[in-house]
Design a protein around this ligand. Sequence first.
Ligand code: DGY
Length: 323
Amino acid sequence: MVKPSVLVTRRWPAAVEAQLASQYNATFNSADVPLDAPDMRDAMAKFDAVLPTVTDKLSADVFDLRKPQAKIIGNYGVGYSHICEASARNSGMTVTNTPDVLSECTADIAMTLMLMVARRAGEGEREVREGRWTGWRPTHLVGTKVSGKTLGIIGYGRIGQEMARRAHHGFGMNIVVQNRSRVAPDVLAQCNATQVDTVEDLLPQCDFVSLHCLGGAENRHLINARRLDLMKEDAFLINTARGEVIDEWALTQALTFDTIGGAALDVFDGEPRIAPDLMQCDNLVMLPHLGSATREAREAMGFRVLDNLDDFFAGRDPRDRVI
Ligand code: DGY
């Protein structure tokens, strides 16, 4: 039987690439440079499966082909707001993602960010490395206690729930949740969480707010100037979801004028470009989209794509089909 042809758009963990190469007629991107739109369109015309990730923008023009060869887009990652959903649907292509296997590691990074910003770890590290540390003193880099505080979680899917578990059972935090649908009472009960109806209900109650909702057009600038104004003036905002969820201009204003305590971001609108004004904010911690960046999660994500491909080419419905 002829093996289906697949294009992998970025370097993947070696063990997964080896497995792909043994099962499929696989083409790898050894340069690991993101494909541009014409290359991506070309890939749709040539390969049976295209395996993109968050750095690949699959906008409408990429799907604008009379007869694409690609039948499945096996996305490496849980978020797929970089894929134009309407065009994918129109083209009749199947789209899959990689949920579950990165939830714990992404929640770990959200916890890391929360602790870093509350305890001024970024500022402290910069001070030590730049040789500015003059020694211990009672008033030096005094931060905010995390234990026992109230954490608001916007988006209570798998990653949001893992975040709640860590914060509640590890740090005794009180959990308040906002989610687009009702969360089952037994799921809320696991972390003694309370669900509120709106973002407006959540923000004024919280010492920390962590974003775990979907990205894309529907949540673009969900956190805007008006909502930042609803946060307590010493509260912290954490984002491991998608950059576009926060209006970064409004966030820069809030950080510059200290209308919130600080922020910690793993994702940025238009990343890897960072808005120059954000760079000037000392009460901001920034990481380069590390949510799922552990060996365990990244391998599991790759094998999850393989499972989806195997199902698809064997005529079964892939378990992680999102379109
Ligand atoms: C995802 O999976 O959507 C992350 O942002 C990358 O791991």
